[in-house]
Each structure stands twice: as structure tokens, then as C-alpha cells.
Design a protein around this ligand. Structure first.
Ligand code: ATP
Length: 505
């Protein structure tokens, strides 16, 4: 655990030192859970967003885009249930003065018991080898059964208590389970209270005229209220999807996990409108499709897992998360939800406007069902960054930090480096730069030894560096160095663009 925390700290400080992520308003000591993306961070973030956009819209002919406003009519959030129910139960420890989500404390406690079961199962698997029957073992081993019964008992009490909004019982459960504050180590807890996560502000010039509006806590509602505008103007036929990326704001209770939990963040969402009754088929389709998308980033499958929800949100009839193994453990990266017709029906009822689809084949009108895929851009950034970060010991005894970012997402694709700052090499390098920079993001640098410049490019994840040396002036060739293998090759200048493009394609 300690080493993972160390790793997380190293990644955060690397992100700052190399221009990926800065704390917001740092000269004023920062603003909690708000971050700014630096020169290389913004490139990586744009590349992830662009990759998502292209794969979701361009590659799926029946998905179109939308860019709705952050501000929306306040009635939207009443209809969607956010005004009444978008809250988390919070609890404070009186000794450490730290605030926690009460549900997360209990879920972490359940996870600890689950970890014990996994340990037992893995031990048995090693002991029994090929003949091991995990299902039978889980059903018959007394220790595992005992752990499982504990988990079931907690869930049996916890989920209905949340459902009833019985915060006193949630508080009692925390006490009975003996959950302690990770900071103070004590059980000196306050009561549990609900805390609405939406930020509100005033719209209008004078106080009396001003009305309270919210900063959107999710991008999805912009899609729902525009459902008919999009369907009619783009002449879409069900099933079809609407994709959108954009900022969302949540006044998170616990916000101390870098980009994982921010108060201002960006979502990439797609709402897929389907015929009622077909939603579970599409839900399965999108679970598979989205997992494929993650794997297409080149991160190994072992870093991902599905987590099917036991407790469904009020609007869903099936839901799963794709979890990623961050340095802080396996946590939600993307949610896939079958949202039924909850949102469209609610907006129909609140606005008094019909939000129905007319099926020309059957001549019926109906409110479509929705399957949503909702992924955090910042969390994806953190997943890519934390997986990419490597400290390597080299054969000559030196060390390097390298970001093995997939080439297609790398902030800079190619560095153009004259070996020395004289003998006409910078001029030749500039000549090359002026051609390649129109094809992909390049970086020119002539200061420092070539070794130092290579290291800096490794540290920001640049897949290729080319070096212009004295031989270049004679035969129009350069050396090209691969970030991961550090091997160098000599190629002719006209070959550069296609070689880089092949790598990033
Ligand atoms: P969590 O349980 O972690 O609070 P959630 O279930 O509330 O997340 P959703 O409402 O399903 O999250 O939002 C969809 C996606 O938006 C999440 O999978 C996550 O990637 C991203 N996201 C949500 N809240 C935050 C946040 N505070 N900071 C960064 N990303 C977030």
C-alpha cells in the first residue's frame, strides 16, 4: 500500500514538473480538487477526447454529436431528480476533522472482507492446481462462507437503509462494524447528513431578477432535452446515439485523489436511444464495445474489470462500471447504464412537451429507452498517465523516467534535435521541422546535450526523436530513436513522416 501511495505521489509530482497538470491557482496555495492542464497535459487530454469522439461518432454511423450549454433551465434538474436526490451521505470524524462519504466507508469495509475471500481462493488455487473448482470452494469452505455471510448481512442492511434514506441506521452500521477514521484511528463520528453535490449560482443582472441556476453535474441532461431537436434535424432512426463531451461540476465531499475526484471535470457521454424492451440487448452490446475501446489504447486487460451494480440508481434497470487499476486501487473509470425511459419521461411530464419517437415502420409513437456510456476524461487521463509512468534502470547504471504513453495519444509525436548548435545543423533541423510539423505535433529543441534532451522527451512520452548530425548534411539521413527500446536507426529524411504516422496510426 505504502509503495502504491509513493507511486501516486511520484506521478503527481512528475505531472507537475513536466507540464502535464498543475494545481489550480497554485500561487494562492491551490483550490481543492481543481486542476489545470499544462502544455503537454492539454495535448494528451485533447488526444484522448479526440480519439473517443472519432471512435464513437465517425466509426458509428448512427451516432451524432452535440455541444449543449453548461447552464440549463433550473427545471431540468428538478425533473432529472438532481435537486431532490443528487446527494451523498457525509460523516465527519470529530478527532481528525476529516469528512468522509458514509457509503464509501461501508463499501471500503466490504471490500476488505472481499479481499480476504480472494486471498483464501488464491491460496487454494495454488494448493489444488488444475483440479481447483472455485465455485465449489466458495460454497463449501467454512472461512470463505463466514466472510461471505458477513458481506451479505452488511449489504442486506446497508442498501435498504440508503434506499429509505435512513441515515441514522447508516450511522449505527458504521458504529457496529467498528469502522475507524483512517487518519485519527478513532470511532468518534458525527451523525450522517445528506449533502447535495450541485453548485448553484445566480443568473440575471440585479438581485431581485436573478434566478438560481446550477452548474451541470453531468452532461447527459443536455442530450435528453435536445433529443427531438437532434433526432429530427439529423433524421435519425432508432437505434441511434448522441455523443457529447464537456465540463461537469460536483461539490464532492471527499476530494483528495488528484484527477480521480475533481470538483470541475470533463465527461464524455453517449446516450443510445432504443426501442423499449431492447435495452438490455444494447446494454450488453455497449458493455462489450466500451471494454474493447479501453483495450484498444494498448493497456493490458488485467488493468480493467467490470463491476456490476447490486444497488441500482432510481433511473436504471441495469448498470455496470468499468473499473481501472489506478495506483489507489481498482476504481470506476466509466459507467454503462440502462436508464430506461426515466429521463425522457420525466422531462416530458415536467415540460409538458412530447418527447416521443414516431416509428414509421410500425406507425407507433413511444418514449425511447436509453443506454448510456459515461466516461470521465480526467480519469482516463489519469489511467493513461499512471499506467505509462515507468522508472527504469539502464544497462550503464543510470536511471530514466519514461512515460510509455500509447503513441496515438502521446502529446508530442516527434522531437527534432540538432546534435550541436553549430555547423549548420540547427538550420538543417529547422528545415525538417518546417515540413513535419504540419503532419503531427512536433517539438524542436537545440539546448543541452543530446542525452539530456532524450531524457526530457522520454519523460513526456515522445515516441520518436530524430537527431540531425554532420552526416545529415552529406547524405540527407538522420538517426531516429525509439522511446521504448532506445534503439537508434538511420533513415532518410523523406521517410520520416510515414514512419511516424505508421506508429501513431
Ligand atoms: P463515483 O461513484 O466515483 O462518484 P459516479 O458513479 O458518481 O462516480 P457517474 O455519475 O456515473 O460517476 O459519472 C460518469 C463518469 O464521470 C465516472 O465514471 C467518472 O469517470 C467521471 N466522474 C464522475 N465524478 C467525477 C469526479 N468528481 N472527478 C472526475 N471524474 C468524475
Amino acid at each position: 500500500m505504502a509503495s502504491n501511495e509513493d507511486l501516486f505521489k511520484k506521478i503527481i509530482s512528475h505531472a507537475k514538473e513536466y507540464g502535464f497538470v498543475f494545481p489550480s491557482s497554485e500561487i494562492y496555495d491551490g483550490l481543492s480538487a481543481v486542476y489545470d492542464y499544462g502544455p503537454f497535459g492539454v495535448e494528451l487530454k485533447n488526444n484522448i477526447r479526440e480519439y473517443w469522439w472519432r471512435t464513437m461518432t465517425q466509426y458509428h454511423e448512427n451516432i451524432v454529436g452535440l455541444d449543449a450549454s453548461i447552464f440549463m433551465h433550473p427545471a431540468v434538474w428538478k425533473a432529472s431528480g438532481h435537486v431532490d436526490a443528487f446527494s451523498d451521505p457525509m460523516i465527519d470524524n470529530k478527532d481528525s476533522k476529516k469528512r468522509y462519504r458514509a457509503d464509501v466507508l461501508i463499501e471500503d469495509h466490504i471490500q476488505k472482507i472481499e479481499d480476504k475471500i480472494i486471498k483464501e481462493v488464491e491460496k487454494a488455487r495454488t494448493r489444488f492446481g488444475g483440479s481447483f473448482d472455485e465455485k465449489m470452494y466458495r460454497e463449501t469452505n467454512p472461512r470463505v462462507k463466514e466472510h461471505q455471510e458477513k458481506i451479505d448481512a452488511i449489504k442486506h442492511r446497508f442498501y435498504p437503509a440508503l434506499e429509505r434514506n435512513d441515515l441514522e441506521d447508516v450511522r449505527n452500521l458504521i458504529g457496529e462494524l467498528g469502522i475507524v477514521c483512517p487518519v485519527s484511528g478513532t470511532k468518534n463520528w458525527t451523525e450522517v447528513r445528506q449533502f447535495n453535490l450541485m453548485f448553484s449560482t445566480q443568473m440575471g443582472s440585479v438581485n431581485e431578477d436573478a434566478s438560481s441556476i446550477y452548474l451541470r453535474p453531468e452532461t447527459a441532461q443536455g442530450i435528453f432535452v435536445n433529443f427531438l431537436n437532434v433526432q429530427k434535424s439529423a433524421r435519425m432512426k432508432i437505434p441511434f446515439g448522441i455523443a457529447q463531451t464537456g465540463k461537469a461540476f460536483r461539490n464532492e465531499i471527499v476530494a483528495r485523489q488528484f484527477l480521480f475526484r475533481m470538483r470541475e471535470f470533463e465527461q464524455m457521454e453517449m446516450q443510445y436511444f432504443v426501442k423499449p424492451g431492447e435495452e438490455l440487448k444494447w446494454y450488453e452490446f455497449w458493455k462489450t464495445e466500451r471494454m474493447k475501446w479501453h483495450l484498444s489504447l494498448g493497456i493490458p486487460a488485467s488493468k480493467y474489470r467490470f463491476h456490476d451494480h447490486d444497488k441500482l440508481a432510481h433511473y436504471a434497470n441495469a448498470a455496470a462500471d468499468i473499473e481501472f487499476e489506478f495506483p489507489i486501487g481498482f476504481k470506476e473509470l466509466e459507467g454503462i447504464h440502462s436508464r430506461t425511459d426515466f429521463d425522457l419521461s420525466a422531462h416530458q411530464a415536467h415540460s409538458g412537451r412530447k418527447l416521443q419517437y414516431f416509428d414509421t415502420e410500425t406507425s407507433e409513437s413511444y418514449v425511447p429507452y436509453v443506454v448510456e456510456t459515461s466516461i470521465g476524461l480526467d480519469r482516463t487521463f489519469l489511467a493513461v498517465l499512471s499506467h505509462a509512468y515507468r522508472e527504469e534502470k539502464l544497462q550503464d547504471g543510470s536511471e530514466r523516467i519514461v512515460l510509455g504513453i500509447p503513441a496515438k495519444l502521446a502529446p508530442i509525436k516527434l522531437a527534432v534535435l540538432p546534435l550541436v548548435k553549430k555547423d549548420g545543423l540547427p538550420e538543417k533541423a529547422r528545415e525538417i521541422m518546417d515540413v513535419v510539423k504540419y503532419g503531427f505535433r512536433c517539438f524542436y529543441e537545440e539546448k543541452d546535450t543530446i542525452g539530456r534532451r532524450y531524457r526530457r522527451m522520454d519523460a513526456i512520452g515522445t515516441p520518436y526523436c530524430i537527431t540531425i548530425d554532420h552526416q545529415t548534411l552529406q547524405d540527407n539521413t538522420v538517426t531516429i530513436r525509439d522511446r521504448d527500446t532506445m534503439l537508434q536507426d538511420r533513415i532518410s529524411i523523406p521517410e520520416i513522416p510515414s514512419l511516424v504516422r505508421e506508429k501513431i496510426g
